[in-house]
Design a protein around this ligand. Sequence first.
Ligand SMILES: Cc1cc2nc3c(=O)[nH]c(=O)nc-3n(C[C@H](O)[C@H](O)[C@H](O)COP(=O)(O)OP(=O)(O)OC[C@H]3O[C@@H](n4cnc5c(N)ncnc54)[C@H](O)[C@@H]3O)c2cc1C
Length: 462
Amino acid sequence: MRRWHHDDPVRDGEPIASQPEIDAGTANDSMSPAQPAASLPSSASVPPLPPLAPTRSAARARLAAVRPAAYARTRNALNGAVTGLSPYLTHGLLTLPEVLAEVTSRQPLDVQHKLVYELGWRAFFRHVWQHRGDGIFQSLHEGPLPDSAYARALPEDIRQGRTGVPVIDRAVATLYATGTLHNHARMWLASYVVHLRKVHWRAGADWLYAHLLDGDLASNHLSWQWVAGTGSSKPYLFNAGNVARFAPPDWHSSGTVVDTDYAALDDWARTASAIATPARGLDRVPVRSPESAGEDEGHAGSEPILLDRPSACDERMRPDAAAVAGRDVWLIHPWSLGDPPSDLPADVLLIGVHEREFHQRWPWSERRWQFVDTRMAELTSVRWWGEAETLQRALVEARSVQGWADPHLSPGMRSVGAWRPAPELFPAVDRRCDSFSQWWKRAVRGVGDAAELLRPPEDPPC
Ligand SMILES: Cc1cc2nc3c(=O)[nH]c(=O)nc-3n(C[C@H](O)[C@H](O)[C@H](O)COP(=O)(O)OP(=O)(O)OC[C@H]3O[C@@H](n4cnc5c(N)ncnc54)[C@H](O)[C@@H]3O)c2cc1C
């Protein structure tokens, strides 16, 4: 059976999410490339990120603040110099080529630089999605235990961030309060959910996706699989010592279930029973529907509501065929919120579209809807929400329909117009690669300076 990361023991350790400075002597030791241990940067040494607003100027401000050297040194720490670009990349306000172009315009970067490498993970997950399709929503192979050993629902104490394990409860509180979460915190959370609480990675992945501003089906679900060991050769484990190294004091979790050694954690991961959790008398939080939106808003610590449409969705968002008849249309969807291309006809009609079926399957927090819809409203006053078939029907009379392609769009929508391929940073790797290392070798073969990735591909010789 093919397993990710199986082919290259050095890269094996290069976790998706990069915890290269994992504690020495741990069960995951072989995953660690030789790198100096990072220490927690002092809060004064890392300036706060520019605000996360749904505008191009805010995205550009974050991009201008990227410091590659500090990033490589400190990115595993919760207060490290991470870029905070993922909501912009997920929603197309920035593209990977644009990020690299901006950063390398200030200083040259080797293609193996940590920052380029991490951008590669995003592209690699897209590669896996392209080749496996909906297969990424099932375990790619068996993990430390069969799928049937894991519960299918996320327990209420995790959902409410009241497990009593500070690193988990802080992570959930941060997620709900901001819609963002540091990579290391995502890994800790996922590892706890899957390996200690024995909850199936899919339940955790669906829940996390819904609350993240940067939720991306490939990066999220495949990262959960990597942590679970269903997309990697071993489970990702962490302990209280690891948290103490990379997180501020209120996250530290000594004296809790994670305060143990890696051999014990590895045993747990391979044992079917979940850790005992204290009875907490939690009220069950119902899964929210748009109709119940607002009922328990403001309840401290409660899970934010999830919606299948923008909260301001009304009659004005009904697809309207008459408005587009005979017009050239450029479609804007939640994953293409950058500026439209400059070569469109002057009288092009910009239409924002939200596919109902997608969001019924993958609802979002209100915060994310606001982020997306605010930007969409800045781009166009015509925004539609409806079933893919209704959207398609409404577009039939348009003179032309174009937009940026994206795998989140349903096949029905993809057949509607002439979708332009979205700008890619790495060359397409046609052969399916199951490990990042396989893919990376092919994607950057012959490249030294990262800026070479920005050059248009040469025409093949006649
Ligand atoms: C359980 C779990 C779930 C995740 N879910 C998502 C998700 O839904 N959407 C998402 O974009 N990322 C996801 N990631 C990857 C990673 O956590 C985020 O991309 C990163 O934390 C975003 O913060 P940043 O922009 O400051 O990242 P930086 O560290 O500054 O990295 C720069 C960019 O590189 C890319 N990148 C960095 N690390 C990764 C990675 N490990 N995998 C894929 N891309 C990466 C992102 O586009 C990121 O914006 C997940 C990771 C885990 C462990």
